[in-house]
Design a protein around this ligand. Structure first.
Ligand SMILES: [Zn+2]
Length: 401
């Protein structure tokens, strides 16, 4: 007896859509094919597309610290409502996630999350000895190195300190791009993942330095450009790195088209409207995005800006390869039953009222995207169906190789 059977769906298997049934038991995909076995629950996915669980590999959920804007529970609700089954959460919380005690605390609070999750460990100029011990730490996706941006005690900007971090890193290091850091990563033969690439110069440089160096582009940089976005949204469009002019936007799309970038991450960075509505430069940088990542990108698929199989590489398969996530990213027997079911033809209108994030707004308010998440299945259980959250938070920390 199966726990859940997904029947008649167009399933994304081996890079293409196949009409198959999927049988799920005890949180795992146990059978793919034509299934006649009984199941406690049956989901009819006729005319729907069944994808591996989609991941957002860059979110800021603000807990501990600014839980007025977001917490791990509310952020995870937003993820699940948007068809996201796993998130990688950033360490620049208050206090920051730079020691085992804080990491444990986050894992504990993470028990209240709806989606599966992993947390970045923050590098500082002093904690290099800990960085060596992260290899098999459950729920740890990598090391985040903040270099050259204003993040208080997480800032590591001296060349010596950056070298020390790379020398001792036992996991993927995620950084904001600078040539200097890419060169250091190469010198120590370490993998580095460059977050939110936004300029044509970065695209050109990074596309010539592939291999151990991978990079991310955000959905908002692929959907908005300056000065339009600032005319429409004012400081709500303010983020770091900023939304740039159309020549950069065009080069980001050139990167997508040629498979230069490796991931799409939302950089979900919620801020209260009361803070966003202050006067620049008192306004904080960042915008929410975990709930809209998938509809935004499905809309781009519908507009032939990228193929569905490219999108699945960016938000399912490549995160697995780059970070070494176990048993996820593919619809495969014995893999975890994290599944995102979408209707590529169904439009979704983004409204601030529907945003689950505590901040309660989206830069895409009023936009209609073609392509809607219909169901989010996490560890074999339907957690979102037709825009409704179901059941209790039961998200688990991810396992890494
Ligand atoms: Zn970020």
């Amino acid at each position: 007896m199966l726990d859940l059977k997904i029947k008649n769906g167009n399933c994304f298997i081996n890079g293409q859509l196949e009409k198959q049934d999927i049988g799920i038991k005890s949180g795992k995909i146990v059978y793919i094919g034509n299934i006649n076995v009984d199941s406690k629950e049956v989901f009819d996915a006729e005319n729907l597309i069944v994808l591996p669980g989609c991941m957002d590999t860059q979110v800021h959920f603000r807990e501990p610290g600014s839980t007025d804007a977001e917490d791990l529970n509310s952020g995870s609700k937003a993820a699940v409502m948007g068809g996201i089954t796993s998130v990688f959460e950033m360490p620049n919380t208050n206090p920051p996630t730079t020691n085992f005690e804080e990491f444990e605390k986050k894992l504990n609070i993470g028990k209240g999350m709806y989606c599966n999750h992993a947390f970045y460990f923050g590098a500082t100029a002093e904690n290099y000895q800990i960085l060596e011990k992260l290899k098999n730490l459950k729920g740890c996706c990598g090391i985040k190195l903040f270099a050259g941006s204003s993040t208080g005690n997480l800032l590591v900007d001296k060349e010596d300190d950056i070298e020390t971090v790379f020398k001792h890193a036992s996991k993927e290091v995620a950084i904001s791009s600078t040539r200097k850091i890419v060169k250091i990563a190469k010198r120590f033969n370490k993998k580095a993942h460059i977050l939110h690439v936004t300029t044509k110069e970065e695209v050109d440089f990074l596309s010539q330095n592939k291999g151990n160096i991978t990079f991310e582009i955000t959905p908002q940089h692929l959907t908005m450009y300056a000065p339009d976005c600032y005319e429409k949204l004012g400081s709500y469009a303010q983020m770091n790195p900023p939304i740039r002019d159309k020549s950069h936007y065009d080069r980001l799309w050139y990167a997508i088209k040629n498979n230069y970038n490796d991931t799409i991450g939302s950089d979900h960075a919620p801020h209260l409207r009361s803070n966003k509505e202050k006067t620049y430069p008192d306004t904080p940088s960042g915008m929410p995005g975990v709930q809209t990542l998938l509809p935004v990108m499905l809309n781009h698929v519908n507009n032939n800006r990228l193929k569905l199989e490219q999108l699945i590489k960016l938000i399912c398969e490549n995160p697995v390869k780059i970070f070494g996530i176990k048993n996820k990213g593919y619809l495969k027997e014995s893999y975890d039953a994290d599944i995102t079911i979408v209707d590529l033809n169904k439009p979704i209108k983004i409204k601030n009222d529907d945003i689950q994030s505590k901040c309660g707004w989206s830069p895409f308010h009023g936009y209609t995207f073609k392509g809607s998440p219909i169901a989010t299945i996490i560890n074999g259980k339907i957690k979102m169906l037709n825009g409704k959250l179901i059941g209790q938070p039961e998200g688990l920390p991810l396992d890494f190789n």
